[in-house]
Design a protein around this ligand. Structure first.
Ligand code: MG
Length: 294
């Protein structure tokens, strides 16, 4: 058993070194500290199924869907398998050209209301950030097409070496927990540490590790169930225009009273994931009682 653990840790160390060696794969910058007089709010947004109205990463895998892929994806959706290992396996299957992949990603429907929200937030000094636990490479172009190319993207770094399969690196992954490709928990906590309450907007499994730490949660689809199961307060949402309306009210309330309860004080939550509670170096989340991992 010890040999197995040692081998896994060695493999994890090698993967970290490989990630660190990928040119251009830099972690996202720390959020700027809140300055006096600034509205103490940051808005973090998932991408697949949230800004994009489909799961773009899954759409790109459609060409290689097999029974094995379905089984692995189902395990992930059930919270039994980590995304980092899944994505590493997935990119090795891709044979479609980067140009075709980008065209397919660009053709996915997007929620145009996101641009309204971004413009309103930026007009009031509120940071907006896309935090995605997907392949990531198609997000900047999509945001550019929506007119909000200045929104920072925190995600994996997928590259396309000539004549080879794509490669994926995880500059925004946790250094000691390998369950997720991008550590959404870390970004929520980074914005809270900078002095802002975090409103998080999402739709699915990868968002559990942000929703459980955020100060305000907007949930739809699978994230609703996750919030209910975990007892996390949330607001249902369908389109970004609803969140834009909410933000309009928050800004008005804060202007009339900077101590308004419309913006809660950022509050660090107890850890429920990561090395603090799971131990070091996990690749899959522990199976909840009564369920078994693959
Ligand atoms: Mg999603």
């Amino acid at each position: 058993m010890d040999l197995v653990v040692t081998a896994r840790r060695q493999a994890a160390s090698e993967r970290r070194q490989a990630t660190a060696a990928v040119p251009g794969a830099l972690p996202a910058a720390a959020p700027p500290p809140l300055r006096s007089g600034e509205l103490p709010l940051a808005i973090l947004v998932d991408y697949d199924g949230t800004v994009a109205q489909t799961d773009v990463s899954d759409a790109l895998m459609a060409e290689v869907v097999t029974d094995e892929w379905e089984a692995r994806a189902a395990e992930y959706d059930a919270g039994l398998a980590g995304s980092r290992r899944l994505m590493e396996w997935e990119v090795g299957l891709i044979t479609t050209s980067p140009a075709e992949l980008r065209a397919l990603a660009a053709a996915q429907p997007h929620d145009a209301g996101f641009a309204l929200l971004v413009r309103r937030a930026h007009a009031h000094g509120i940071p907006v950030e896309v935090v995605s636990d997907g392949f990531g490479f198609f997000i900047p172009a999509a945001l550019e097409a929506m007119g909000v190319g200045d929104v920072p993207v925190v995600s994996a770094d997928t590259t396309f070496p000539a004549g080879d399969h794509p490669r994926i690196a995880f500059p925004n992954g946790h250094p000691r927990c390998f369950v997720c490709g991008t550590c959404k928990r870390a970004r929520v906590q980074a914005h809270q540490a900078a002095g802002r309450a975090v409103a998080f907007v999402g739709d699915g499994e990868s968002d559990r590790y942000a929703a459980g730490y955020a100060d305000i949660v907007f949930a739809k689809h699978a994230l609703v169930r996750l919030c209910v199961e975990n007892g996390w307060p949330f607001r249902r949402w369908t389109e970004f225009t609803e969140i834009d309306s909410w933000l309009t009210g928050v800004i008005a309330a804060w202007r009339s009273d900077p101590d308004s309860a419309a913006i809660p004080r950022p509050e660090p939550k107890p850890f429920f994931c990561g090395p603090e509670v799971w131990g070091e170096g996990l690749w899959d989340p522990p199976a909840p009682a009564g369920r078994s991992g693959g």
